[in-house]
Design a protein around this ligand. Structure first.
Ligand SMILES: N[C@@H](CCC(=O)N[C@@H](CS)C(=O)NCC(=O)O)C(=O)O
Length: 221
């Protein structure tokens, strides 16, 4: 039997949790390898050999190592095509392109303001870092504009790339989870937009994501 794939990093990291959600959707066995970020283990020479930017996650499957959560997810979907949710990354070029289009929109348009908000609203207080009010205001404004586009799209489509839940939706789960919980943006950003609110309720109720949230709530070593 093949060894489980390895994911390096804590489930609390948004990028790590993206990969975990994908593995759970695809029903691929994995081993979580702890990386003690508060001790700087992600900057150690050994870790830099598998993630040269000193970030989490890193990923190993047999002799292959990968970094960048969205690239890792694409690999998992292609390599384990016959497992779990077979439509997660589409099966024909047009569907794949549509999924990629929205994964790119997440990475290029949704992630910059939402990850800034996640850091400022969820992590800075825990780390004793003073919040940057100006950055919070600017990021709220930018994210609102992005969500207005999503509201239009989700008015004519159940999910971002069509009728099925795909990588495009999954990729939005990690930042959005923090925004609606610790970030206090549930009503102002999501519930106030009918289609976005309906979409969030549906994608955040998936068993795969509920398991990731449970992993996040477990105390680390
Ligand atoms: N684009 C990368 C982002 C990775 C990333 O920013 N990871 C954060 C945690 S969510 C990290 O390792 N931060 C520590 C650092 O940059 O030193 C991906 O998607 O994998």
């Amino acid at each position: 039997m093949a060894a489980p794939v390895k994911v390096y990093g804590p489930p609390l990291s948004t990028a790590v949790s993206r990969v975990l959600a994908c593995l759970l959707e695809k029903d691929v066995e994995f081993q979580l390898v702890p990386v003690n970020m508060s001790k700087g283990d992600h900057k150690s020479p050994d870790y830099l050999k598998i993630q040269p930017f000193g970030q989490v996650p890193a990923f190993q499957d047999d002799y292959i190592t990968l970094f960048e959560s969205r690239a890792i997810c694409r690999y998992i979907c292609d390599e384990y095509g016959d497992r779990g949710n077979k439509g997660l990354y589409g099966t024909d070029p047009l569907v794949k392109a549509s999924i990629d289009q929205w994964v790119e929109a997440e990475g290029q348009s949704y992630n910059p303001p939402s990850s800034a908000l996640v850091f400022q609203l969820a992590f800075a207080p825990r780390m004793g870092i003073k919040q940057d009010e100006r950055l919070i205001r600017q990021s709220d404004e930018k994210l609102s504009k992005v969500l207005d586009v999503y509201e239009g799209r989700l008015g004519s489509s159940r999910f971002l790339a069509g009728d099925e839940f795909t990588m495009a939706d999954l990729s939005h789960l990690p930042n959005t989870q923090y925004l609606v919980t610790a970030g206090g943006r549930a009503d102002a950003m999501f519930g106030s937009r009918k289609n976005v609110g309906r979409w969030w309720e549906e994608i955040s109720s998936r068993e795969s994501w509920k398991k990731v949230v449970e992993m996040q709530q477990q105390k680390g070593p």
